[in-house]
Write a protein that binds this ligand. Structure first.
Ligand SMILES: [Zn+2]
Length: 263
C-alpha cells in the first residue's frame, strides 16, 4: 500500500513538474533568438539541485535499478544539454580516440570502453555499426548551423523562420551533446544516411534494443519532439551510464523527462 501511494505521488509530481517545465511546446514555439541569447549567459546547464533522489517506481528491470540507485544531478553522465540548458562554459573533459573507423574520431574518453564494447557486440550479431559523427567543437557546430540557416534563406525564408527550423534539425551551437563529447551519430554499412528510415533497419533496431546495456540512450525519440525540441533522430546516441540508460529506454522517456522524474 505504501508503495502504491509512493507511485501515485511520483506520477503526480511528474505530471505537475512537466506542466511547469514544458509549457505547451517545450520551447519549440519560444522565440528561437531568445534561446540563442540564453546560451551566452552564465546560466548553469545543470540546475543547482544536489538532492539525491531515492525513488521507487517503474517496472521490471528499471524498478530493480531504482531501488539501488540514487541519481546525482552533478553527475557528468547525466548532464542535461538542450536549448534551455547549454553546456556550462567551465565544463571540461578529456578527449579520447575511438579506435574504430580509422582512429581519427574522438569523444569523451570515459565513454570509449563501452562504445567499443557495443560496436563489437553488434558485430558479433552481424551488424556493422559505423560512427559518422563523434565529438564536434563549437566552431564546427556553428558552421553546420549557419549552413542550414543559409540554405533555408536561399529558399526564400526569413532569418527568424530559417533559425527556428534549423534549430529543430541541427542543434543550436552550445547546446549540442556532440560538443560535450557524449553523443555519437551511429549508422551502419548498409544504411549510410542520417534519415528516419534507419530506425527500421536491423542496425537501428539492434541499437534501440541494446544501447542501454552499454549506457547509451536514443536521445531524440519519436513522439518526444515537443519536449526535446529536436526531431526524431534514430541515429543519435547519448551516453548517460547504464543505470539511467536502462530506465530511460525501458520507460520510453527522454532525458528531459528523466530529469523531471528522478533528479
Ligand atoms: Zn547527433
Amino acid at each position: 500500500m505504501k508503495r502504491l501511494t509512493c507511485i501515485f505521488f511520483i506520477l503526480f509530481c511528474f505530471l505537475m513538474g512537466n506542466s511547469f517545465a514544458y509549457p505547451a511546446s517545450g520551447g519549440m514555439d519560444a522565440p528561437a533568438l531568445e534561446d540563442a541569447a540564453e546560451e551566452s549567459g552564465a546560466e548553469p546547464a545543470v540546475p543547482p539541485d544536489n538532492a539525491r533522489a531515492e525513488v521507487r517506481g517503474g517496472e521490471g528491470h528499471a524498478e530493480a535499478l531504482l531501488e539501488e540507485t540514487a541519481f546525482d544531478g552533478q553527475d557528468w553522465k547525466l548532464m542535461l544539454i538542450n536549448k534551455q540548458h547549454p553546456i556550462p562554459e567551465e565544463y571540461s573533459f578529456t578527449l579520447g580516440t575511438i579506435k574504430a573507423d580509422g582512429g581519427n574520431m574522438k569523444c569523451d574518453e570515459r565513454i570509449i570502453k563501452e562504445l567499443n564494447a557495443m560496436m563489437e557486440e553488434a558485430g558479433k550479431d552481424g551488424i556493422n555499426l559505423a560512427i559518422c559523427s563523434p565529438y564536434r567543437d563549437l566552431a564546427r557546430q556553428e558552421s553546420l548551423f549557419n549552413r542550414k540557416i543559409k540554405a533555408y534563406m536561399q529558399g526564400g525564408m526569413t532569418y527568424m523562420d530559417a533559425y527556428k527550423i534549423s534549430s529543430q534539425a541541427v542543434t543550436v551551437p552550445g547546446a549540442s551533446e556532440h560538443q560535450a563529447g557524449l553523443a555519437l551519430d551511429i549508422i551502419s554499412d548498409t544504411y549510410t544516411v542520417l534519415e528516419e528510415g534507419f530506425a527500421d533497419t536491423p542496425a537501428g533496431r539492434w541499437l534501440e534494443e541494446n544501447c542501454a546495456r552499454y549506457g547509451f540512450i536514443l536521445r531524440y525519440p519519436e513522439g518526444k519532439e515537443l519536449i526535446t525540441g529536436i526531431e526524431f533522430e534514430p541515429w543519435h546516441f547519448r551516453y548517460v551510464g547504464r543505470e539511467a540508460a536502462e530506465i530511460i529506454m525501458e520507460e520510453e522517456i527522454c532525458l528531459e523527462e528523466f530529469w523531471e522524474k528522478y533528479l
